[in-house]
Design a protein around this ligand. Sequence first.
Ligand code: CA
Length: 217
Amino acid sequence: MRVLVVEDEPDLLSALTQSLREEGYAVDSAVEGREGLFKAQGGEYDAIVLDLMLPRMDGWSVLHELRKTKAVPVLILTARDALPDRVRGLDGGADDYLTKPFQLAELLARLRALIRRTTGNANPVITMGDIEIDTTAHSVRQAGHPVLLTPREYSLVEFLALHKGKLVTRTAIYDHLFDEEDDSLSNLVDVHVSNVRKKLGKDFIATRRGEGYQVNA
Ligand code: CA
C-alpha cells in the first residue's frame, strides 16, 4: 500500500514516514501544499495524510483541487480544538481526521480502516479458501498455520487480497507497492509473485498473461 504524507513539520514528517515504512507502506512525502497536490494528482495512492496548515497552499485547497479528479481516501491532521477546521475538512471531502498531537498507533489503525473500507473490505481478516490474511497484524495463515512472508511479500498478498476476484495489473502492483525513492526494477514484481507462490501454493495467484495477476475468493 502506498501513502502520501503532506506535512510541513520536519520532525513529524520524518516520524510519520519512518513509522509507515516500518508498517510496510511505500511512502512518498511533500512538505508544502502545492507539491502535495502535484504528487496526489499524479500518483496512485491508497491513502493520503494531509496536514491543513501548510505553506504555499493550505490543506483545504489541496483537498478541493484533488477531489475534482481523485477519490483517494484522505485523512486530515488538524490542530487541537479546531472543530470548525475538522468540519470544513470533512465537508470538503476528507474521509477521516486526527487532531494533533496524536498517537501513531491511532493514525495507523485509521489508515488501515480507510484503506479497507475503500476497497470494500469491512472485515480486517480476509479469508480465501484456507488462507487467512490478517490486515491488522500483517500476518498470513494457511490451514491455521502461520506463513512467514517478507514485508514486501505481505504487501503484495494484501494488495491482491483487497482486490480479490479482480484483475490487478503489474503496473498497479508496481505503483502501489513501491515509493518514489524505491529504485527497484519493475520485474521484481514477478520475483515477489514467484516467492509468494512458493509459500502459499502456485495456484494462489493466477497469471492473466499480458494483463497482470488475480487472486480468487
Ligand atoms: Ca502544518
